[in-house]
Design a protein around this ligand. Structure first.
Ligand code: NAP
Length: 263
């Protein structure tokens, strides 16, 4: 039974943790919008869920494409959709490490989540929940102490964080990223940035009682996690769904399996 009073949108919902998150949210009774950059893949995923009795509506959404994000937001606005839950799940983990890998990784994992959140915030109900699907790989112990201090600074602004993430790409281009205190992993930096974004957005959205949390699904057997990962997709997605339903009203935190973990 779909509870049309509560609506969730999941980015990268066509496979892996995103698809399983759609499945679990639909089973929990929410109306689910399944975002996918590849429209046929999104339709096929929704059809697969429908066969199991879990309803999800496909929606074209490439988180790196401004026009695609605007198109999805316009479509939802036209339909009169209000969102209670936004799960920024879309992510990539490329092999290798160079400026192009850094740029592409941050474009999806950090800027994609930020841009989608900005575009969909006007459609969110006050009291809603935003989940950033992060990773234990984004622990602050990965960056140098001075960078750590800047990222943890309570005065960190959104503009300063965006500039810091851009500076990482520039540092990789120049070959100075290690000197600047960054690890040689674009994936780690993107998740460090996403975690910092949670700390910046949570107080900014507090007046609307919109909760923003980062959630780690653990190491999960998906295309990204690989077959050797320790967790099945249902367990990993349950960690995300916990954040999406956020019964405890947490905000500004980083959680795995409903328990707070270190930044
Ligand atoms: P996955 O199986 O590789 O799936 C990634 C999803 O993101 C796919 O649906 C993919 O769409 C989508 N995506 C990539 N680029 C996109 C874009 N530009 N716009 C929209 N969607 C895009 O990965 P996963 O394991 O499910 O990971 C999901 C999230 O969990 C990621 O944020 C990842 O960093 C995080 N995470 C995963 C693990 C793990 O062990 N698996 C651990 C910690 C955190 P396409 O099908 O079109 O490529």
């Amino acid at each position: 039974m779909v509870d049309s009073n509560r609506t969730a949108l999941v980015t990268g919902g066509n496979r892996g943790l995103g698809l399983e998150t759609c499945r679990q949210l639909a089973r929990a009774g929410l109306r689910v919008i399944l975002g996918s950059r590849d429209e046929p893949a999104g339709r096929a995923a929704a059809a697969r869920l429908a066969k199991e009795g879990a309803h999800a509506e496909p929606c074209a959404l490439d988180v790196t494409d401004t026009a695609s994000i605007a198109g999805a937001a316009a479509r939802l606005a036209r339909e009169g959709t209000r969102l209670d839950v936004l799960v920024n799940n879309a992510g990539i983990a490329l092999s290798g490490f160079d400026a192009e890998v850094a740029r592409r990784t941050l474009a999806v994992n950090f800027f994609g989540a930020l841009d989608v959140t900005d575009a969909l915030l006007p459609l969110m109900r006050d009291g809603g929940n935003i989940v950033m699907v992060s990773s234990g790989m984004g622990e602050l112990s990965e960056v140098s102490p001075p960078l750590r201090q800047r990222l943890l600074d309570e005065g960190l602004t959104r503009d300063a964080l965006v500039e810091l993430m851009r500076s990482f790409v520039r540092d990789v281009e120049r070959g100075t990223h290690a000197e600047a205190g960054w690890p040689s992993s674009a994936y780690r930096v993107s998740k460090v940035g996403l975690n910092a974004l949670v700390r910046v957005l949570a107080p900014a959205l507090a007046p609307r009682r919109i909760h923003v949390n980062a959630v780690c699904p653990g190491w999960v057997r998906t295309d990204m996690g690989g077959r050797g990962a320790s967790r099945d997709v249902a367990t990993g997605a349950a960690s995300i769904v916990w954040g999406a339903l956020n019964a405890g009203g947490e905000t500004g935190g980083f959680f795995r399996d409903g328990r707070r973990i270190a930044w």
